[in-house]
Design a protein around this ligand. Structure first.
Ligand code: NAD
Ligand code: GLY
Length: 350
């Protein structure tokens, strides 16, 4: 088992290993004495696969467990679900000494975290991420929230978890395309600032993911500790996401998030080369790496369409937008462009 400690506004451990769901009750008692109440939040798919393992472990450790389960998928990440969860918390009479346990991917973690940030003006929560994406990214760093009809993640709060338990056994039931989505985020860390990770990724890691997950969590930890509120260095985590979100939206979400991020990373690398801001070997290196993990690297959308959608994203600030551009293999930096020059810039990447 590996442990990464995050020292942000709250200090907490991210534990990565096998069998963590079945030992969760005992592990949690080191942080939160029993008896107390836990609201276990999950989606229907994950609840059916892994819910009993966690529930049994928590109850055996002396906790009283309530459950809130919603239909899987991004379409559930709404204010309606949040309201229903708040009501379930109130009905179960949870107090500020009780806690929420999020069991699932990023959708579950983001909403459970947002409910924890807001119910009674803040109660503790712990994360049990069950997708690769959630283990390496969304469960760490305290960004919580939900979508509005007009855009993703438009409401939210910073609220750090009290602990994160990444049970890698849960990855065994993950469909290959969802595992591949997570691989895009893993590869992203390498191109942000971790060339050694890129070396490690030359060897497939699906059968033994602990070391890679711990490495990504450490990379994210460093950026979160440097800039918890996302006003500077943390924005590097958006590598591939500005163009990627536009690709996702323009495809009507037929292109998955991870695939869109992969396309977005290559597009940005090529655009940076065209603007003389990046070594010319970066796009080819990225394309080879992404293909190795079954991820796409091109799309057929125009620069104008991508720019129009990207500029309606929350990453825009007034007349400008900050992009994340690789400048050499294993390093990226922030680069701000005027909104009206974004289309021409993206054209260089197509
Ligand atoms: P998700 O939570 O929708 O999970 C994807 C699918 O996999 C779901 O259908 C789910 O039921 C299923 N699933 C989950 N674990 C499984 C398992 N072990 N076995 C079988 N099926 C399983 O999506 P995701 O990709 O984990 O997360 C995406 C969400 O995360 C988005 O809403 C995104 O905005 C958010 N996100 C948040 C942050 C953050 O910092 N808070 C960072 C990145 C992404
Ligand atoms: N996933 C981006 C962030 O946590 O900042």
């Amino acid at each position: 088992m590996k442990t990464v400690t995050v020292r942000a506004s709250k200090t907490y451990d991210v534990q990565i290993g096998k069998g963590l769901l079945s030992s969760a009750g005992e592990r949690l008692r080191a942080l939160f004495s029993a008896p107390r109440k836990i609201m276990l939040v999950s989606d229907d798919t994950v609840r059916a696969l892994w819910g009993d393992t966690l529930l049994t472990s928590l109850e055996s450790a002396g906790y009283t467990v309530y459950e809130f389960v919603f239909p899987h998928g991004e379409t559930s990440k709404t204010t309606d679900t949040i309201v229903a969860l708040w009501e379930a918390l109130a009905k179960a009479n949870l107090t500020r000494t009780d806690l929420i346990a999020a069991l699932g991917g990023g959708v579950v973690g983001d909403m459970a975290g947002f409910a924890a940030a807001t119910f009674l003006r803040g109660i503790p929560f712990v994360q049990f991420p069950t997708t690769l994406l959630a283990m390496v990214d969304s469960s760490v760093g305290g960004k919580t929230g939900a979508d509005l009809a007009v855009g993703k993640n438009l409401i939210g709060a910073f609220h750090q978890p009290s602990a994160v338990f990444c049970d890698v056994d849960t990855l065994q039931t993950l469909p290959p395309e969802i595992f591949a989505d997570g691989c895009a985020e893993v590869i992203k860390y390498g191109y942000i600032n971790d060339p050694a990770l890129l070396q490690m990724l030359e060897k497939p890691f699906a059968d033994d993911p602990e070391e890679i997950i711990a490495r990504c969590v450490s990379d994210k930890r460093d950026l979160v500790e440097a800039d918890e509120r996302d006003t500077g260095a943390r924005q590097l985590l958006n590598l591939g996401h500005t163009a990627g979100h536009a690709v996702e939206l323009l495809s009507d979400f037929k292109i998955s998030h991870g695939s869109a991020v992969a396309i977005g990373m290559v597009l940005m690398a090529k655009a940076a080369v065209a603007a003389d801001l990046c070594d010319s070997d970066v796009p080819g290196h990225m394309e080879r790496m992404l293909r190795q993990y079954h991820l796409p690297t091109t799309c057929s959308f125009t620069a104008d369409a991508l720019a129009r959608v990207a500029l309606s994203d929350k990453k825009r600030k007034g007349d400008s937008i900050t992009l994340v551009l690789p400048d050499r293999i294993g390093n990226s930096r922030l680069h701000t462009v005027f909104a009206d020059s974004l289309s021409a810039f993206l054209q260089g990447g197509l």
